[in-house]
Design a protein around this ligand. Structure first.
Ligand SMILES: [Mg+2]
Length: 405
């Protein structure tokens, strides 16, 4: 199989960069973006704060104590979504095949573009164009596969680029910390550190069996990644990728209260599926089929989101605009599309840690007892919310299929 050329692209401290673009006075100053109350959470922090031990996910209170001179800004999901779209458009124009893996991260498959150095030229041009047209700093890594390129991007940062020549993958990774392998989480890191493993080099020298003995089946994956092996393809970003649910009524209904109650339950369920798969949606759709079999649907672009309390009013609003024939309804359905990876924290800038903890607690209950255990009182009337298949193309929902990723 011919070697591939995969580019990994990552916007540097994305939320911080967008804030600085909008207000140049924030440049070179220590900056925290997130919930601004003492109980808020840091969603992003500038490089200037890192030396103080600040990192994203930390409570805003602690971050302020560690770095008292930091400027604190409340994030805005709408603004970041807009800038993410601009970058996406440029990458779409410039590369033959790309995957949007999160709001600020992309992979592009440049295989077939001339020779390797032709790829490096193209990758550099894409980066320059993004910097020029959006004013946002961005880094890339280029190599034969996703994992090596992602690690290369990390080494290139901030605002730089790095190409790993074919055949040099192991050598490039050897001196790096095992923490740089994306599949090594906190727990795996601690396990390996207790065994005295610190550098990727040590894993490269171990046998695959030995790592499987220590880490279980995840050991095999991590061993292969440490060797610079990764066969995952770049999956074309498709705005039509979606999850959806629908409900056909045994008896056609005109009971609006019941219809809304079902929509709420459906939204909660799909939003939970998004969070479980660490996904966000940027487009929502409501569909109604009337008793005469005529079907209507209405959709709306929204800032990247997976939080019920934001999605539910928007879904109900779409329904109100759509449901105007006042005749019996045979089926209702909702669909979330424009899916990317991302954490629901993006929707909680204005809220405090307790809101974040509430989502996480509710999702844990759903995980343990099934996803109908927790429903809002308004959704209680919906006893079943229908099958989890895509009413638009008949395929199973994307997030369910990929939730193990
Ligand atoms: Mg980034």
């Amino acid at each position: 199989m011919a070697d591939k050329n995969i580019m990994h692209i990552d916007l540097d401290t994305f939320y911080v960069s967008v804030e600085r673009k909008m207000d140049a006075r924030l440049k070179n100053k220590p900056l925290l973006v997130g919930g601004t109350s003492d109980r808020g959470v840091v969603a992003a922090c500038s490089y200037e704060t890192r030396g103080y031990g600040v990192h994203s996910g930390m409570s805003m209170k602690l971050a302020r104590q560690l770095c008292p001179e930091a400027i604190v800004i409340r994030g805005n999901a709408g603004t970041y979504s807009k800038h993410s779209d601009e970058v996406t458009e440029i990458i779409k124009e410039q590369t033959p095949l790309f995957e949007k893996s999160s709001i600020d991260e992309f992979y592009a498959d440049l295989t077939g573009i001339d020779k390797f150095h032709g790829c490096y030229k193209l990758a550099s041009e894409v980066r320059s164009k993004i910097i020029k047209e959006t004013g946002l700093p961005i880094s890339f890594g280029l190599s034969i596969n996703k994992v090596v390129s992602k690690i290369a991007t990390g080494e290139a940062k901030p605002n730089n680029q790095l190409m790993i020549e074919h055949g040099h993958e192991k050598q490039f990774m050897a001196p790096l910390s095992i923490k740089k392998i994306p599949q090594v989480g906190d727990k795996t890191y601690q396990t390996l550190r207790h065994l005295g493993v610190r550098r990727i080099h040590t894993i490269q020298e171990m046998s695959e069996e030995m790592l499987i003995n220590v880490l279980g089946k995840n050991g095999s994956l991590i061993w292969r990644r440490a060797q610079g092996v990764d066969n995952r393809p770049v999956i074309a970003f498709n705005e039509r990728q979606s999850i959806s649910t629908e409900r056909t009524f045994d008896n056609d209904t005109i009971d609006v209260k019941k219809l809304k109650s079902i929509l709420i339950a459906m939204t909660e369920n799909l939003a939970y599926q998004l969070r479980r798969g660490d996904k966000l949606t940027a487009c929502i759709n409501v569909k109604i089929k009337y008793s005469d079999f005529n079907t209507y649907s209405k959709q709306m672009r929204i800032p990247f989101c997976s939080a019920d309390h934001i999605l539910i009013p928007k879904i109900l609003d779409l329904f109100d605009k759509l449901y105007n024939r006042r005749i019996l309804v045979r089926l209702i359905g909702i669909r979330f599309s424009h899916l990317v990876s991302g954490h629901y924290q993006i929707n909680l800038f204005e809220d405090d840690e307790s809101a974040l903890n509430l989502y996480s607690a509710l999702d844990k209950i759903r995980e343990k007892y099934g996803d109908r255990m927790v429903v809002k009182a308004a959704g209680m009337e919906a006893k079943t919310i229908g099958r989890m298949v895509n009413p638009f193309n008949g395929l199973p929902p994307v997030v369910l299929a990929h939730r193990k990723q």
